[in-house]
Write a protein that binds this ligand. Structure first.
Ligand SMILES: NC(=O)c1ccc[n+]([C@@H]2O[C@H](COP(=O)([O-])OP(=O)(O)OC[C@H]3O[C@@H](n4cnc5c(N)ncnc54)[C@H](O)[C@@H]3O)[C@@H](O)[C@H]2O)c1
Length: 385
């Protein structure tokens, strides 16, 4: 594993939990994906488009739970590495994703390409009758999010967004209890995603990540996880957003960079609930207050959904109580949910509504910063019904 992948995995795994200490313990507690010697019985024939860092992780889950019949990537070295990993299933390898979509024997498609390609690929796959597991963000513009929503509704096929926090049992339990009143009515959320450094300028994703037209930037590409968790905890999508930010440290670094490296955002939800969110990539190691958290404040107390999930009572006397027990989260749980939905035996944890609202929340924040105006949900969301 190279340094870049490790860095990316840490940043992304951070979305799956919090401060570095908590992060380390969570990751260590996760079981590894064990690829069986043969596909499971009645395995669903699956293709993976985009076999980079995340696509390779998704491929391992597909090998554990399904059968890989086709692999696609424009980079020959990544395609070849994926083919080696998937040798058990002897998948065909192609560089043109349309040749995967056109195949009649492919029932499910995993899309793990850069974000600006998701919508076109997902729409084409759905229109060809495939079930789709699409990495987050669903898309990076309101129009492309809408296009995917429309295609999912018209297709009747299963669509799962790669917002895997939705499959975390501990979060499901904790959010469920918050929604049932464990901390009283939610009043405010304070969340952040701070890291010590920029994504590697020479790493696996460097050829697209720093171009805002391809990734959407940190907010849309990464913090869609964090913002979706905030929406989930509040039980709503925001009505409006305002914010400030820019390229504060890494100016023209890497050359041509168009994504921001620091910003503050405020969101206003129905019922007057507020969210304050900050992100930066220059929070020095050792300075308190780093990492990630989602603090949910209610009438009776508060809880960090990305930390210990304890409820800290507002009375200042009662000791904190555990909202949801720590459990081992299987790294393939989200892919398992995808296959369960295809078989009609499970509930979709991150359907198109979750994917679209997560992406649109991030896009709304991005637009608020870049236009310097308050952006309203109704101006970007369109019809999600
Ligand atoms: N769910 C998560 O926690 C998580 C974690 C990391 C990344 N991701 C998402 O996964 C996606 C990929 O991220 P990554 O880190 O793996 O990036 P990456 O750069 O490592 O991989 C992307 C791959 O897509 C390939 N590709 C580009 N254009 C293509 C095309 N037209 N046809 C076929 N393949 C093409 C690239 O060659 C590359 O191998 C992004 O949307 C990212 O946000 C999700």
């Amino acid at each position: 594993m190279n340094h870049d992948l490790t860095r990316r995995q840490l940043l992304e795994a951070g979305a799956s939990i919090a401060t570095s200490a908590a992060l380390a313990s969570r990751v260590a507690a996760q079981p590894q994906i064990v690829v069986p010697a043969a596909p499971v019985p009645n395995a669903i024939p699956t293709a993976v488009i985009g076999t980079g860092g995340r696509g390779t992780q998704d491929l391992r889950s597909v090998l554990e739970l399904g059968k890989v019949v086709a692999l696609c990537d424009t980079k020959a070295d990544r395609l070849s590495a994926a083919a080696t990993l998937a040798a058990r299933d002897t998948p065909t390898t192609v560089s043109d994703w349309r040749r995967v979509i056109d195949r009649k024997d492919v029932e499910a498609v995993v899309i793990a390409t850069p974000p600006h390609l998701h919508a076109e690929m997902a729409v084409a796959a759905l229109q060809s009758g495939k079930h789709v597991y699409c990495e987050k963000p669903v898309a990076i513009t309101p129009a492309s999010v809408q296009a995917v929503v429309k295609a999912v509704k018209a297709s009747g096929k299963v669509f799962v967004t790669g917002q895997q926090l939705r499959s975390y049992k501990r979060l499901q339990a904790a959010v469920g209890k918050i929604r049932s009143g464990a901390i009283g009515d939610v009043l405010m959320v304070k969340a952040q995603r701070h890291s010590e450094s920029d994504l590697s300028h020479t790493g696996s994703s460097a050829d697209w990540f720093f171009d805002v037209e391809k990734s959407g930037g940190y907010l849309i590409e990464m913090s869609v996880h964090n913002l979706d968790l905030c929406n989930w905890a509040v039980g709503a999508t925001p009505l409006k957003a305002a914010g400030f930010g820019g390229i504060l440290l890494y100016k023209d670094d890497p050359p041509g960079r168009s994504i921001m490296d620091g910003y503050t955002l405020s969101y206003d939800y129905p019922g007057g609930v507020k969210l304050y969110f900050t992100q930066m990539v220059f929070h020095p190691k050792g300075l308190p207050g780093g990492g990630q958290f989602v603090h949910v404040y209610g009438q009776k107390g508060a809880c960090d959904l990305m930390g210990d999930t304890n409820v800290y009572p507002l009375d200042g006397k009662t000791p904190p109580t555990m909202l949801a027990d720590k459990v081992d989260e299987h790294p393939s749980a989200h892919m398992q949910a995808f296959y369960d939905c295809i078989r009609g035996t499970g509930k979709n944890p991150a359907d198109i509504t979750v994917g679209a609202t997560g992406a649109l929340t991030a896009i709304m924040g991005h637009q608020a910063i870049t236009t310097g105006k308050v952006v309203e949900w109704k101006s970007i969301a369109g019809d999600l019904s």
